[in-house]
Design a protein around this ligand. Sequence first.
Ligand SMILES: NC(=O)c1ccc[n+]([C@@H]2O[C@H](COP(=O)([O-])OP(=O)(O)OC[C@H]3O[C@@H](n4cnc5c(N)ncnc54)[C@H](OP(=O)(O)O)[C@@H]3O)[C@@H](O)[C@H]2O)c1
Length: 322
Amino acid sequence: MTRVLVLGSGYIAGHVGTRLARLGHGVVLGSRRRPATPETRGLRWLPTDVADRRHVRELVDAIRPDAVVAAHGPSDITWCEAEPDRTAAVHADGARHVVDALAGRAARCVLISTDNVFPGRADSCSESDPTEPANAYGRAKLAAERTFLAAPDALVLRVSLVYGWDRTGLRPNFFTTCAERLRVGEPVAVPDAHWNTPVLIDDVAAWTTALLDAPHTGVLHLGGPRRLSRLTWARHIAETYGVDPALVSAVPQGDTAYACRPRNACLHSERAAHLPELRGLEPLDVFEADTALITGRVTATTTTTTTGTPAATAIATGKDQS
Ligand SMILES: NC(=O)c1ccc[n+]([C@@H]2O[C@H](COP(=O)([O-])OP(=O)(O)OC[C@H]3O[C@@H](n4cnc5c(N)ncnc54)[C@H](OP(=O)(O)O)[C@@H]3O)[C@@H](O)[C@H]2O)c1
């Protein structure tokens, strides 16, 4: 059994932690507040502030992890733009705290990073494309990447917009937010030309756990196989529910809190096809996933939804993740 410290206890950390635990690893989640999501139930958790150097060192000394997955926030890009110093304190300084605390321990590290390290001018970016962060969040994550990459056994996994059902409703992702409104015939307004290669949370968890056991270092991209605009995606969700796609309207991205996002937030990989650990783990197409998520969970969502009105605000103001 491997002892794995997962930093963060949010959407990605919870799913990664659950998958690792199912595979027999000893998992500890670390975040500032005790998580209460279904994914984190049953997982060990310890209070952690990654921005606090001493705190991180004490945690690492106590757990003596064989591996670390850094999947902590802040992940709200709009908040990060308003709070660049606090963002850097957690992502950039936090990375230094983690790497320093692990020095001499031979621990494997995987950092979950982002497409926001790119400016968004190209339709999609691969691992060899030059970085040029689009915003404060991207700058802080790029600094964290560089710190981890200087460690002896670290992989930076840049993932595109992550989606799937999020039952907690704390900060539901774009899919959940759209689906919950459209399901009951409520309109949604989305940015007109914001492009993504969305990736299902299950695929993020599967890749992260597979790569934790692998020898690969450097940067790797995980994007879904379909590049699409949020407008097209939301309309597809409407069609899958059998409601009028005209319920989805377009708002100029620059008029919304999505303004600080790169126009293209899309990733593809030049490396992944060559990594044997990823064989059979090809990410699911977002249209196929929409159908699977909606037809598989339509009854459950009626008892686990957020209310309609806050979700509408979320779409218009970019409060959903990424
Ligand atoms: N979701 C996406 O679409 C996406 C895409 C690309 C990359 N990522 C990256 O993946 C990471 C996780 O994203 P997510 O979607 O899972 O975010 P999330 O659901 O918002 O979870 C973030 C987690 O980080 C914890 N956290 C925040 N500040 C912390 C601190 N100072 N010390 C320790 N823990 C802290 C939060 O708990 P507390 O507030 O209680 O501490 C929470 O558990 C982010 O770094 C983001 O860059 C996400």
